[in-house]
Design a protein around this ligand. Structure first.
Ligand code: EPZ
Length: 423
């Protein structure tokens, strides 16, 4: 089993590039089905979930091939079939994002119900109710979703909560619907804006992304384009928290503070010096860290749930106690037990977790429980005395192109030991 070996206790110093955003490239890969031309996606991160999306496109008869390190060429001209196998759907939790695009392109779609994940149940009821409002007939017998739509007609849809995935799915479906669709109470994440920018580059007429109302003038033929994916704000937040945790000075090229201002605000409150410029973000932490006011996760522009674990890890040795409130997912404190093994003092009660700063952390063997929980273990390990062994790296590989490369560039003492393959 592969593992990371992290030797903590030394300050960070260095620069690194921030990879393309996982949560932007996944819906954009689904959106390539809306055009029969070739799409060139630049800045595409090499991630397990991206590979899984490419496999879904190939299974549908499309071409999806890497050109160079981070450029993915997609050509859906030869698309055939509209069904995604159960095995492929299970490989990537967010395969549901393909539903709307396949339906818009092929008039029908068949996917198995995406399961829950480590974070708890991941319902898609808002996706399905929105698709039905646009004219889709959907049956879900035996865990398989079968969708049909002889005609998709635009209309107003009001989401009962600002779901990122539902907003994206309905934007893509609306591109294939005749007339105008407005999505009210839409998610406002930067990844939604990136999807709108990609669709616009393909000739779609989509407006309002980043606000609570997104409007799509559907039924327009879309052409191919060359598009560069936005930088990953949660990867950037991870490395800012790494600098806060270990101390030192880092510069993250391509990171955009407007995408993670709630995270940088908390890091400043804790005692870091964070400034944007030169096309990136610099973070310096010299003195000790202080606890901060309660951190409540919320839909964008609130504090991102994906940064909860990594900020918690950065504050384990801060002076005082910080209260976290996880409001987005039911089961997003699974990293706490592992952090406790390193000497952290954290009490969880329902949606709340109280982190009391300790004087020191010690390296220990720990296991990733989920993607961002795994990253949090690495952030904590940088501030721990001695060596930490991090296993179950498949979780980290879903969202970080090369954590070792990036943290080494920032001065961390980290290595990856690949498992011996059985003879
Ligand atoms: C996206 O998930 C991200 N994933 C998640 O990142 C992120 O944590 C989440 O948005 C919130 O920002 C991708 O973009 C691939 P939601 P998504 O629909 O779309 C409930 C990571 O680590 N809900 O905004 O699934 C849902 O249960 C991942 O990169 C319904 O009830 O998030 C959750 O409680 C983890 N019904 C809340 O809404 C629905 O139909 C937010 O979910 C849809 C969602």
């Amino acid at each position: 089993m592969s593992q990371l070996i992290i030797r903590g206790g030394s300050r960070l110093e260095g620069e690194t590039d921030i990879q393309g955003a996982k949560n932007s490239v996944l819906p954009i890969l689904a959106a390539t089905l809306l055009t029969a031309d070739q799409v060139e996606l630049r800045g595409c991160p090499r991630l397990r979930d991206v590979d899984a999306s490419a496999r879904i496109l190939r299974a549908l008869g499309c071409e999806a091939r890497w050109e160079g390190e981070n450029t993915l060429l997609v050509d859906t001209r030869q698309v055939q079939g509209c069904a995604v196998s159960d095995q492929l759907c299970r490989e990537m939790r967010s395969s549901a994002i393909f539903l709307g695009a396949i339906l818009a392109r092929c008039g029908q779609a068949e996917l198995s119900y995406p399961g829950g994940c480590e974070l708890g149940p991941r319902p898609i009821d808002l996706h399905l109710s929105g698709l039905r409002e646009l004219g889709a007939e959907i049956s879900d017998a035996g865990g398989v979703l079968r969708c049909r739509a002889s005609r998709l007609c635009g209309r107003e849809i009001v989401l009962s909560l600002p779901s990122v995935g539902a907003t994206e799915n309905l934007m893509l479906t609306a591109c294939g619907a005749s007339g105008i669709t407005t999505i009210a109470n839409a998610a406002r994440e930067p990844e939604i804006v990136d999807l709108q920018d990609f669709l616009t580059a393909c000739g779609a007429r989509v407006f309002g992304a980043g606000t609570s109302t997104v409007t799509v003038e559907g039924g327009r033929p879309l052409h191919g384009c060359t598009y560069t994916v936005m930088p990953d704000r949660i990867v950037a937040a991870t490395y800012l928290c790494a600098a806060a945790s270990a101390g030192g000075e880092v510069f993250l090229r391509r990171a955009r503070e407007e995408h993670l201002s709630t995270v940088t605000a908390v890091l400043r409150e804790a005692g870091c010096r964070v400034c944007s410029g030169r096309g990136g973000i610099a973070c310096t932490r010299e003195g000790g860290l202080s606890a901060v006011r309660p951190v409540r996760t919320a839909p964008y522009p609130g504090f991102p749930t994906d940064a909860q674990a990594i900020l918690m890890a950065a504050l384990l040795k801060s002076r005082g106690a910080t209260v976290f409130e996880e409001n987005m997912f039911e089961n997003r404190y699974r990293h706490v037990d592992e952090l406790t093994r390193m000497g952290a003092s954290i009490r969880v009660s329902g949606r709340a977790a109280v982190v009391s700063g300790v004087r020191s952390l010690r390296g220990a063997p720990v296991r990733c429980t989920d993607l961002r929980g795994g990253a949090a273990l690495c952030v904590a390990a940088l501030a721990a005395e001695g060596e930490t062994l991090v296993s179950e790296l498949c979780h980290i590989d879903r969202g970080y192109e090369d954590l070792v490369r990036d943290l080494r560039a920032l001065g961390a003492n980290i290595a990856r030991e690949e498992a011996e393959l059985p003879a």
